[in-house]
Design a protein around this ligand. Structure first.
Ligand SMILES: Nc1ncnc2c1ncn2[C@@H]1O[C@H](COP(=O)(O)OP(=O)(O)O)[C@@H](O)[C@H]1O
Ligand SMILES: [Mg+2]
Length: 416
């Protein structure tokens, strides 16, 4: 039986999946956190805390402070350190390095955590970027935007989950978005942030992500995922499909582009989820994440290829070899569709789960809400109440099956 140090976690996404995955692997864990209370939910403690062998409370934002505690855990048998919270990947990289442990992330994980540094390395490698500027001066941002033309995106260089991403159409909006981003001086884990703002030319085109894993320099591309966006102009993902319904040529082009980006930043180890927009002038990078894709992308890749990218990442943290099971004849597609609230209120019930689950090619419907739940109108990706997972075993239509099943689901609000 192996033991892992889990160094902070998201509450949702892979944070929801990790405890069961570790149980299945026969791996126990110590949870290291700066604030156990952060993991208290409406109906009790999050399983990453309640099912841990032990919980250590220490200031995880400071590697120097956490190091002696983690060193003791490693001394008493922990085989590795792992996190599913993006904000702690650089900390885990440093801890693994200092303690000479195997690591699920490369040194470059700390580079790609910074979107402006990533762009600079692409420039150096001659890979086309959108025009961009990183600045702490709103006047410089405004003159950049006037030069490249609106709309532009105004975003933090170091955050995640679509927080504070602003598409701005004019100078007035730019000034207000700029001050919102630069005024956000600490992230959600109270880590200090730089007040600089990343302003980028707006990329027009379809959005994809490329899922890869690499062991010591050898990158395997598992495929391209299509992001299905809300059709009301918000940055809300309403689903994904893997593989993306693209021609072989288009797929190869996006995959090659991603390999070039990973080489440019030196990302030669671990699992990545690289977001790419296919513009009229070719693929352009949105960002590289040093972890598997969220929003059930891990489930979609596993359904089609057999490879479990979250498991692969955990195995790398444990210093163990992961061999995905071989699948035969898997040429179909898998897709997710998300149910998100379109207005504020208290949701007391999700209707239609049984009939949606019973539809052809629907694998399952996951209810992520803890009802009754107070919700706001969705503004980012955190607002998923339900996820439909569908599979087309033969062809490219999984997303159609998932979106059709989603129509059976309804949020029932209190007072209705
Ligand atoms: N330069 C850009 N042009 C067009 N859309 C963008 C641009 N930058 C970000 N976006 C949109 O915002 C989303 C979130 O931005 P991203 O940089 O990936 O932030 P996060 O780390 O929060 O995921 C992207 O998936 C894309 O839809
Ligand atoms: Mg992103």
């Amino acid at each position: 039986m192996s033991h892992l140090v889990v160094y902070e976690s998201w509450l949702d996404g892979h944070g929801r999946d990790l405890p069961s995955l570790l149980d299945e692997l026969g791996c126990s864990w110590t949870f290291v956190t700066r604030k156990k209370e952060h993991y208290r939910r409406a109906h009790g403690m999050h399983p990453i805390v309640s099912r841990a062998d032990r919980v250590v409370e220490v200031e995880t934002n400071e590697v120097e402070t956490a190091l002696p505690y983690v060193r003791d855990l490693v001394g008493s048998g922990s085989a590795g350190i792992f996190t599913v919270c993006d904000y702690y990947i650089p900390h885990v990289v440093e801890l693994c390095d200092r303690l000479r442990l195997p690591c699920a992330y490369p040194g470059a994980a700390s580079i790609v955590h910074d979107k402006a540094r990533t762009r600079a390395l692409l420039d150096e490698a001659g890979i086309p970027n959108p025009r961009y500027v990183l600045t702490d001066s709103v006047d410089r941002a405004a003159s950049f935007a006037a030069r490249v033309g609106y709309p532009v995106v105004c975003k933090p260089a170091d955050m995640a989950a679509s927080v504070l991403i602003n598409r701005v159409e004019n100078e007035e909006e730019l000034r207000s978005a700029f001050s919102a981003v630069s005024g956000f001086t600490r992230n959600f884990r109270e880590q200090p942030r730089d007040s600089s703002v990343l302003v980028e030319e707006w990329l027009t085109g379809r959005e994809f992500s490329v899922e890869t894993s690499a062991v010591d320099g050898k990158i395997t591309v598992h495929g391209v995922t299509q992001k299905v966006l809300d059709d009301r102009g918000r940055f809300i993902e309403v689903g994904h499909q893997f593989p993306a319904p693209l021609s072989e040529d288009e797929t190869r082009r996006i995959e090659e582009f991603t390999r070039d980006c990973l080489h440019a930043v030196g990302h030669d180890h671990g699992v990545t989820h690289t977001e790419v927009t296919m513009t009229e002038r070719g693929p352009r990078l949105v960002e590289i994440n040093s972890r598997p894709g969220g929003g059930n992308i891990v489930d979609l890749v596993r359904a089609v290829t057999g490879c479990d990218l979250l498991l692969a990442e955990v195995m790398m943290a444990l210093g163990r070899h992961y061999e995905p099971p071989a699948l035969h004849g898997g040429t179909g597609s898998a897709a997710s569709a998300f149910l998100i609230p379109d207005r504020a209120g208290t949701v007391r019930e999700i209707a239609g789960v049984e009939s949606a689950s019973a539809r052809t090619n629907v694998e399952r419907v996951e209810v992520h809400a803890e009802l009754p739940e107070q919700v706001e109108e969705a503004v980012d990706n955190a607002a998923r109440m339900c996820v439909v997972i569908a599979r087309d075993p033969e062809g490219p239509d999984a997303s159609r099956y998932a979106q059709e099943a989603l129509k059976q689901l309804d949020l029932v609000y209190e007072g209705e």
